[in-house]
Structures are given as structure tokens and as C-alpha cells.
Design a protein around this ligand. Structure first.
Ligand code: AHM
Ligand code: MG
Length: 331
């Protein structure tokens, strides 16, 4: 039923988005435009990230900017770039960002969508040249078009997402997203400035042999979680933890595995944020055939109460998420 299913590897992102839109005869193209706006911001942020290693030495070889301004931190830069792209694009009225306590009003009162985003996740990894990511989630606003968007527009359950995606700035830069009809991955070709379809219809293996958790907090694991980790070891599963959510998630999505950020002493509700970290990844993993929960409840059914709510995250291959839920239920 989707033309896009037939689109070959190598199709450009722009063409892919356009063809997807043709699948919905009454679509107005606004969501398509919004996705293109995000892709544009991604290219700009990608450029900044690739240069980041040069920033400290750039002055030494004469590339310091004319004003001699201090370089801003990359997560701040990424935040500014994404906000600007969404403001200029016109489709979004209100934004929630990890970088900002309050909602951001774009001034586009006609915009039909709200976006929740973590513009640069895992930014502590930049200094050591490890993969980082952007995560985003798109909702249709609830308040009437033509008015200023509000917090309620942003506090919707994950099941209401119309699209979600992430960008991984890794050995290659990739954009992976869903609009609720499967998951597709695009790889960036920097010399052409284009994303190309490289991973059509991504599905996550139903089971896997990788578990990703920060075991440094093992002392605060619940009995059920501790038993699950012991089980993983009995099975001789591999432990893989980059400490960069998008990178850990992406690997498990392609190869099978489970990522866990549990409640800990330091972060009793887990560390990750429901709106712009957990929900988008939950939507993607479900669209790929996997599962996501807080250990008990499906992530996308959790009712958000605040913009920066945290929740535990158990996400990945279906069998592994169900397995850990069994251990938790039995404790
Ligand atoms: P951040 O939003 O402050 O960058 O933190 C989120 C990151 C995730 O990318 C990663 O999965 C997690 O924090 C790692 O946390 P920890 O170091 O506690 O294991
Ligand atoms: Mg983050």
C-alpha cells in the first residue's frame, strides 16, 4: 500500500519524503516540509560537529572568527540551529528542548505541529570523538491553529506521535525516522549534502544477545533487574555500553539487543526524559517490531506531567524486553 516500500536504496531523502506524501492523497505536505526542515538543521549541525575537533587549534592556524567570540558549546549550537530551522520552516508552533526549561514559541501560530527534541544527546562524548545524536518527536497540536501553542500541546502521550526520529553522528551520519509506517534509515553523503536511503524498512531482530546498561549503578538495581543481568551473563550475552543513547539504541536496533536505563539511587525515575528521549525511541522501536517500557508500562502510554519528566527505559528486541519484564514482575 506504500509506494515507498518499492523505493530503492539510494533514493534521496527529499524524494523519499515526497513519494511518501503521495501515498496520502489528502496530505497537505506540511509534515513533509517539517521533516525537510529537520534534515536541513541536521546537515548544519553535522558540519559543526565535524569541525569541533578543530575548534581549539583553529585559532592557531588563523581560522578564529573575526569577532574573536568564544566558541559556544556544541549542544547550545545544535539547539539554536534546530530552533532556527523550525522557526523558519513555519510548520511548528511550539518546541520542547532538553536545553530549555520552558517551551519555546516559534511565533508560527499557524503551525500545526509541536516538536520535542534533544538537539545533541551524549554531548559529553564529543571531546573524546565518540558518536552523539539528535532525537526528535513530532505531535499534532491540540490547541486551535492561529493561537499560541501551549504546554498541553506538548504533554501528549507517546501514542499520539505522528513522527519521530534520530540522527546519529557516527562513522557516518545517519537519519532514521518513522511516520508510523515502518522505519527507514538514510546515510549522509557530505560531499553532496544529501541523505540517501540506505536502510529501508528496518526491523529489529526479535531476540538478541547484547545488553546495554551502566553496571556502575548495580548497587541500586532492583532484585528483578539484578536477576535479569545475572541471566544475561549466564547466557554469555555481550555487554555493550557506549554511554551515548542514540548510538547504543542504533546498534541494538540493527543487531538486536536491549538498552536499559533503570531507576538508580542518583536518578530514582531513571535519567532519561520521556518526551524527547524515551518516546521517540519507543515509537521507532515499535515500528521496527521491538518493544519499549518502563519495566511495567508501555513507554508510549505513560501520561506526561511535566516537560522534562524522566522515566526508566527498557527498550529493544521484543523477547529481551519481555524477559526483563518477567523478572521485574516476579521480584
Ligand atoms: P545527556 O542528555 O545529559 O547527554 O545524558 C543522556 C546520556 C545518554 O546519551 C546516555 O545513554 C546516558 O546519558 C548515559 O548515562 P550514564 O553515564 O549515567 O550511564
Ligand atoms: Mg539527552
Amino acid at each position: 500500500d506504500h509506494n515507498s516500500l518499492a523505493l530503492p536504496v539510494g533514493t534521496t531523502l527529499d524524494r523519499f519524503i515526497m513519494r511518501k506524501q503521495e501515498d496520502f492523497p489528502y496530505a497537505t505536505g506540511e509534515l513533509s516540509q517539517l521533516l525537510r526542515d529537520i534534515a536541513l538543521a541536521t546537515k548544519i549541525v553535522n558540519r559543526e560537529i565535524n569541525r569541533s575537533g578543530l575548534i581549539d587549534i583553529a585559532g592557531a592556524y588563523g581560522n578564529r572568527n573575526v569577532q574573536g567570540e568564544d566558541q559556544q558549546k556544541l549542544d547550545v549550537v545544535a539547539n539554536i540551529r534546530f530552533i532556527r530551522a523550525l522557526r523558519n520552516g513555519g510548520e511548528v508552533c511550539t518546541i520542547v528542548s532538553e536545553e530549555d526549561e520552558e517551551v519555546i514559541q516559534t511565533g508560527n501560530n499557524q503551525g500545526k505541529y509541536v516538536v520535542a527534541m534533544d538537539p545533541l544527546d551524549g554531548s559529553s562524548n564529543i571531546d573524546v570523538n565518540v558518536s552523539i545524536g539528535t532525537i526528535f518527536s513530532i505531535y499534532r497540536r491540540i490547541s486551535p491553529t492561529g493561537t499560541v501553542g501551549n504546554e498541553q500541546d506538548c504533554l501528549q502521550r507517546g501514542t499520539h506521535q505522528v513522527a519521530a526520529g534520530y540522527v546519529i553522528y557516527g562513522s557516518s551520519t545517519m537519519l532514521v525516522y518513522t511516520t508510523g509506517n515502518g522505519v527507514n534509515g538514510f546515510t549522509y553523503e557530505p560531499s553532496l549534502g544529501e541523505f540517501f536511503l540506505s536502510h529501508p524498512n528496518i526491523t529489529i531482530p526479535a531476540s538478541g544477545s547484547v545488553y546495554s546498561i551502566n553496571e556502575g549503578s548495580a548497587d541500586s538495581f532492583s532484585a528483578g533487574l539484578a536477576s535479569f543481568i545475572a541471566y544475561c551473563k549466564q547466557q554469555s550475552y555481550s555487554a555493550r555500553y557506549i554511554g551515548s543513547l542514540v548510538a547504543d539504541f542504533h546498534r541494538n536496533l540493527l543487531k538486536g539487543g536491549i538498552y536499559i536505563y533503570p531507576p538508580t539511587q542518583k536518578s530514582p525515575s531513571g535519567k532519561l526524559r520521556l518526551l524527547y528521549e524515551c518516546n521517540p525511541l519507543a515509537f521507532i522501536v515499535e515500528q521496527a517490531g521491538g518493544k519499549s517500557s518502563n519495566g511495567y508500562t508501555r513507554t508510549m502510554e505513560i501520561e506526561p506531567t511535566g516537560l522534562h519528566d524522566r522515566c526508566p527505559l527498557f527498550v529493544g528486541s521484543k523477547d529481551l524486553v519481555e524477559k526483563v519484564e518477567e523478572f521485574l514482575a516476579a521480584e
